[in-house]
Design a protein around this ligand. Structure first.
Ligand code: FAD
Ligand code: NAD
Length: 403
């Protein structure tokens, strides 16, 4: 009897949603059943979460309903949490059920990695999804409101500590530099009483950028009140402080946010995949080694850059491209055709430093700073929205804020 193949995609982020959207265009409904499983009934733009966390954009701007961009009569949508994959009997175990597959795409993204730093998991907040980011925004505002109402008298309640000065940490403090003055106005608080402190173990912020761009970013942020503690490893996080550096200096704060590292989804370890530094090192066609019917994409995968002899950095830009290649490769498998290898097209990197500032390297190595970089960041953000949601979602959620 003919068995219609079932393709199950886990995660509706950049990689998973792009795979599903492309599959629906590439395959006719007779060729395969497609199932998309995601924790929530909405997709969120992970690359905008630092703005949600600081409160410079509304959480709803950074998300849209999956059923608005994927036809539920063509794709079965399941809103549930994936616990693990039983590879032996081709079954995905969910919190509230299970489902079998013929072809599987794992794209459940990243989780926070606290590297076992004492107290970090219990005492810090982190920027992972809409809910965790919204919690940070509410937490900061509550501290300001309580201080203003006299419920808290200790000024350290108005200090925000950010651990780690990689992309996420820097983009987050950039947004905070915009938001904190607004909160001070709202709650009649003297701005001088507030502090935003970014602690970084390495001697520099954003080591992936050239020195002049790093210097530009540091100056821009310091001019707007951000304090940096560089070359200072966080040894411990208590409920209201970081303990940093060789002398175990304590810095107190009302809000503590850890942006010091991420790792691949725990679905991978729970499912018994061979893991390297938290992710699966996939074959060049994006399949998991020794599993011809399982693709691993986005922040769950390391994809080797053959030119540099190291994996490509995990980014949304790459995750979208994984989705495109994965959809084509699943079609190739169904049609008994050869699979293609993944080739990353690097369109450059931009880091925002708040709404109107940023740094970036684009396309041919052109360096951008200031409003040009901030504008480019919005172009990149809108491009991803368009790729995942089309014109309608772009018009509804796109970034058009004037400077
Ligand atoms: P995600 O987009 O994170 O999607 C994962 C999906 O899986 C989510 O919908 C999630 O809800 C779902 N999910 C997770 N676990 C489960 C489960 N157990 N069961 C069911 N569903 C689950 N990259 C860039 O290229 N440019 C940028 O400007 C940029 N800015 C960033 C800013 C921030 C604040 C952060 C945190 C990251 C940024 N990145 C950026 C990196 C980029 O966001 C990631 O590389 C990208 O999100 C990876 O895409 P993904 O599809 O693998 O995962
Ligand atoms: P990251 O790993 O890039 O940066 C973490 C930073 O924390 C590092 O600088 C590290 O030295 C520091 N750190 C780690 N342990 C520490 C300790 N004990 N004390 C003090 N500092 C410590 O993590 P991220 O910034 O969350 O980025 C994750 C991924 O997402 C990256 O691959 C990045 O490329 C991507 N991303 C990209 C963008 C963008 O393109 N604009 C924005 C955000 C994230």
């Amino acid at each position: 009897m003919y068995h219609k193949p079932k393709i199950v995609v886990l995660g509706a982020g950049y990689a998973g949603l792009k795979t599903v959207r492309d599959l629906t265009k590439a395959l006719s409904p007779d060729e395969a059943d497609i199932v998309l499983i995601n924790k929530h009934n909405y997709h969120y733009e992970t690359t905008w979460l630092h703005e949600v966390a600081a409160g410079t954009i509304n959480p709803n701007q950074a998300r849209f309903m999956i059923s608005d961009v994927v036809n539920p009569s063509r794709v079965r949508l399941i809103y549930d949490t994936v616990e693990k994959v039983n590879k032996e009997d081709q079954r995905v175990i969910l919190e509230n059920g299970e489902i079998t597959y013929d072809y599987l795409v794992i794209a459940t993204g990243f989780e926070t990695n606290t590297f076992g730093i004492k107290g970090m998991e219990e005492n810090s907040l982190s920027i992972v999804d809409i809910n965790s980011s919204r919690l940070i925004r509410e937490h900061i505002e509550l501290k300001f409101a309580k201080y203003s109402a006299g419920e808290i008298t200790d000024e350290s309640a108005l200090t925000i500590l950010v651990g780690g000065a990689g992309f996420t940490g820097i983009e987050f403090v950039g947004e905070l530099a915009e938001k904190v003055p607004q909160l001070c106005k709202k709650y009649d608080i003297d701005l001088k009483k507030t502090r935003i402190i970014n602690v970084e173990a390495m001697p520099s912020i954003l080591p992936m950028f050239e020195k002049d761009l790093v210097e530009y970013a540091m100056k821009s942020l310091e001019d707007r009140g951000i304090e940096f503690r560089l070359g200072a490893a966080i040894n411990e996080c208590t409920k209201d402080s970081f303990i940093i550096g060789e002398n175990n200096e304590e810095i107190k704060a009302g809000t503590i946010v850890w942006t010091g590292g991420v790792t691949g989804s725990s679905v991978l370890t729970e499912s018994g995949f061979e893991i390297e530094r938290g992710k699966v090192m996939v074959n060049s066609d994006l399949r998991a080694p020794n599993h011809d019917n399982i693709f691993v994409l986005g922040d769950c995968a390391w994809v080797m850059d053959p030119q540099a002899d190291r994996p490509f950095p995990p980014t949304a830009q790459a995750a979208l491209q994984h989705g495109e290649v994965c959809a084509r490769n699943i079609k190739a498998l169904l049609h008994d055709e050869p699979l293609e290898n993944f080739h990353f097209v690097d369109r450059g990197t931009v880091a925002s430093l708040g709404v109107t500032d940023g740094i970036g390297n684009i396309l041919d190595g052109t360096k951008l700073t200031g409003k040009a970089a901030a504008t480019m960041k919005k172009v990149v953000d809108n491009r991803s929205l368009f790729k995942l949601g089309g014109t309608r979602i772009l018009l509804k959620k796109g970034k058009v804020r004037p400077f």
